[in-house]
Design a protein around this ligand. Structure first.
Ligand SMILES: Cc1cc2nc3c(=O)[nH]c(=O)nc-3n(C[C@H](O)[C@H](O)[C@H](O)COP(=O)(O)OP(=O)(O)OC[C@H]3O[C@@H](n4cnc5c(N)ncnc54)[C@H](O)[C@@H]3O)c2cc1C
Ligand code: SF4
Length: 329
């Protein structure tokens, strides 16, 4: 592990102005991603700016019904917040399915949005990886790619986005609020993470020097909600496939639906084709299966991860079925 300079800041403008506009600096919040990657020599910041004391730990309802979540709200506090449990159960379930209690106590909302892929080649500086070192090649495409993506891939990178929380947020609908040298701006949550394309090193729409200050959740959608996570073991494990579903019924028909996927895609994935296939249709097993087919119509399998297409479809069907049951309850 290389030595770095550590600086603590107490105010947002201090954090933003302290951050020099180059790769040699990084923010640290809970530290559960950053410190691992520094120890592995994957990230090599010369300076780390500790933002954990910034006044960004509040959760407040806005006049228009949306919920403003400070970037430093811990994953535990967000999952257990009364309004989140009542109005956004899909998000609460997604958060509680992630990592472990100890990690969730440290992990922050902003840090979770910014967490990096768990691709083992990315985490091994001795292996070629376009995301870590652009132009060096992708070791996963011809390598062990059992945990990699089947949606949103490119010839440069097929790494999955590992977050559960972000999948819940895509389903619930949200906005990322950023503060930077040029002031404040907002980005729709589902546009914030980028597809790898030709530039897998660019993972999100965060401009140099910017800090995430808040995530604002859309007003609660109601309906029945469920987050289903399928993984190799029942806890302390990343998703092989996951699905966040929100189903609103009008009688026996689906009047509105949101479907988001994790573990199968290069970014937290909104499955709009599945939503379109289901809207206005009776909430039946057959129609859930049609929606699942639509969700994976463009999926591309690599040598070891073809099973994810089947598993992902099963996750969609089961999540829709459970969300529908919750809507009927
Ligand atoms: C063993 C293990 C298991 C895990 N399992 C899961 C799991 O099952 N599901 C899941 O979803 N996650 C899982 N995680 C990931 C965990 O959720 C993340 O590590 C955590 O959310 C990151 O938050 P943090 O505050 O600790 O971020 P940090 O480590 O402090 O920062 C992470 C990155 O975000 C940047 N950053 C932090 N805050 C901001 C901000 N406000 N604005 C801009 N940039 C910022 C940092 O510079 C850094 O690059 C696991 C992690 C570990 C170590
Ligand atoms: S999948 Fe992406 S992160 Fe993994 S080795 Fe290839 S380029 Fe690197």
């Amino acid at each position: 592990m290389r030595a770095f300079e550590l600086e603590s800041v107490e105010a947002v403008d201090q954090a933003v102005s302290h951050r020099r506009v180059h790769d040699g600096e990084a923010f640290i919040a809970g530290g559960t991603t950053l410190l691992d990657l520094v120890k592995l020599d994957v990230m090599q910041p010369e300076k780390v700016v500790d933002v954990s004391r910034l006044p960004l730990k509040r959760i407040e309802t806005l006049e228009d019904g949306r919920l403003k979540v400070g970037a430093l709200v811990s994953n535990t506090d967000l999952a257990k917040h009364e309004i989140v449990m009542r109005g956004y159960p899909v998000l609460s379930e997604a958060l509680l399915s992630g990592a472990s209690t100890g990690l969730r106590n440290m992990a922050t909302t902003g840090g979770n949005v910014m967490q990096r892929t768990r691709c083992p080649y990315f985490r091994d500086p001795d292996m070629p990886c376009n995301k870590r070192e652009p132009g060096s090649g992708c070791s996963a495409i011809e390598g062990i790619n059992r945990n990699h993506s089947v949606l949103g891939t490119s010839e440069q990178c097929i790494a999955t986005h590992p977050s559960d929380m972000c999948v819940g947020m895509v389903a619930a609908g949200a906005t990322v609020v950023l503060e930077g040298p040029d002031g404040q701006r907002e980005v729709a949550f589902e546009d914030y993470h980028l597809l790898p394309g030709e530039t897998p090193e660019r993972e999100h729409d965060l401009k140099p020097g910017e800090l995430i200050t808040h995530v604002i959740l859309d007003a609660p959608r109601g309906g029945g909600q469920h987050y289903l996570k399928l993984r190799d073991r029942a806890s302390y494990e990343f998703a092989l496939a996951s699905c966040a579903a929100i189903v609103t019924l009008d009688g026996d028909s689906v009047s509105d639906v949101r479907v988001a996927l994790g573990g199968v895609a290069t970014k937290p994935w909104r499955a709009t084709a599945a939503e379109e296939a289901l809207k206005g249709q009776p909430a039946t097993q057959e129609n859930f299966e049609r929606a699942a087919e639509a969700a994976f119509a463009d999926a591309v399998a690599y040598s070891h991860n073809g099973y994810k297409i089947t598993l992902g479809k099963q996750a969609v069907v089961r999540a829709l079925r459970d969300a529908t049951a919750a809507a009927r309850a």
